[in-house]
Design a protein around this ligand. Structure first.
Ligand code: ZN
Length: 318
């Protein structure tokens, strides 16, 4: 049976429904929880997050994949209660957003140690929560090139993916040659990897999305909604039409629909920073899907993007 690890237990992939494949319940830099300026009570965090997840559920959203890595505010007991309260399946990750957000304890660890840790979180559970990770997060540190630590994390992730059958999702798809070399060396099929943020305003030009797809990788257009049209756009914003045209070109003209995934990379309740006003996971339903329909994309294609492709990607492969 095909199954996917959620924070409340494994479920058949057919039950995932519409999936937001790259999102955050709350993302912050390591240590932000120590700055009193940003302290929020559990009540405040629930008040900010529950309505967004309830709305997601009302719109027909089934599954929210939280790719907040270890050290960036991942809080699995909280995710469990959010999932129970709202009916949204939540998938949690193991791994790191990038080498530059791994705390020294992990930054000094060997490939073997890291791989064992990832495997433990996937097969035994994360901490004492009893919840198993459903995806492995890796990423490229600031600077645009993979660091030695990034490479160690990618290699450990590849080994954990092979051992457990859980897929890998990347923060940034730049410097993909180095990433793919590691995955190839470890013998990991590239359809187990979703190369993320191919569409953001800073990296889109530098990301070889069609080359990655030709190697067999999956490509994430997963910063939808970070638009220059926002009231106070972040530095990675991009004009709405430019991103949409890029996506349509990739899935329709270049024919990579089967390897494409889309998401909003929003924070329900940001940690240690104000977040980006006016942007939530529900961009998928409120703007993106209507934009796709207006561009002539049919319902079967929309289903492929948000139901079938993520189910195939997230299914634990034995
Ligand atoms: Zn993200």
């Amino acid at each position: 049976m095909s199954k996917v690890n959620t924070v409340l237990g494994a479920i058949p992939a057919e039950e995932l429904g519409v999936v937001a494949v790259h999102e955050h319940i709350g993302y912050g830099m390591p240590g932000s929880e120590l700055d009193t300026k940003w302290w929020a009570s559990p009540e405040e965090r629930y008040a900010e997050t529950v309505p967004k997840l309830r709305k997601f559920h009302e719109y027909g959203g089934g599954t929210f994949v939280d790719v907040t890595g270890i050290c960036n505010g991942r809080d699995v007991d909280y995710y469990k209660s959010l999932s129970a309260k709202t009916g949204v399946h939540i998938v949690a990750c193991t791994g790191f957003v990038g080498g530059d957000t791994a705390l020294p304890f992990f930054a000094r660890a060997s490939v073997e140690y890291l791989a064992e840790h990832f495997v433990h979180e996937i097969t035994e559970g994360i901490g004492r929560t009893g919840s198993r990770a459903g995806v492995i997060k890796v990423g490229v540190s600031r600077g645009g090139r993979m660091t030695e630590l990034d490479k160690r994390i990618y290699r450990a992730a590849a080994r954990a993916a092979l051992t457990t059958g859980v897929p890998i999702l990347t923060h940034l798809a730049i410097d993909a040659e180095n990433a793919i070399a590691i995955f190839n060396e470890e013998g990991l099929p590239l359809d187990r990897v979703l190369f993320g943020h191919a569409d953001d305003g800073v990296n889109a030009e530098k990301t070889r999305d069609t080359w990655i797809a030709k190697q067999g990788g999956r490509v994430g257009f997963d910063t939808f909604g970070y638009e220059t049209e926002l009231e106070d756009p972040p530095f990675w914003a991009r004009p709405r039409k430019e991103r949409l045209d890029h996506f349509l070109r990739f899935i329709l003209t270049e024919g990579f629909l089967g390897q494409a995934l889309a998401s909003a990379d929003a924070n329900c309740s940001p940690l240690g920073w104000p977040g980006v006003k006016g942007h939530t996971v529900n961009y998928i339903f409120e703007d993106l899907i209507p934009d796709l329909r207006a561009a002539g994309v049919d319902e079967a294609t929309i289903r492929t993007l948000f139901v079938e492709n993520p189910a195939d990607f997230l299914t634990i492969r034995n």
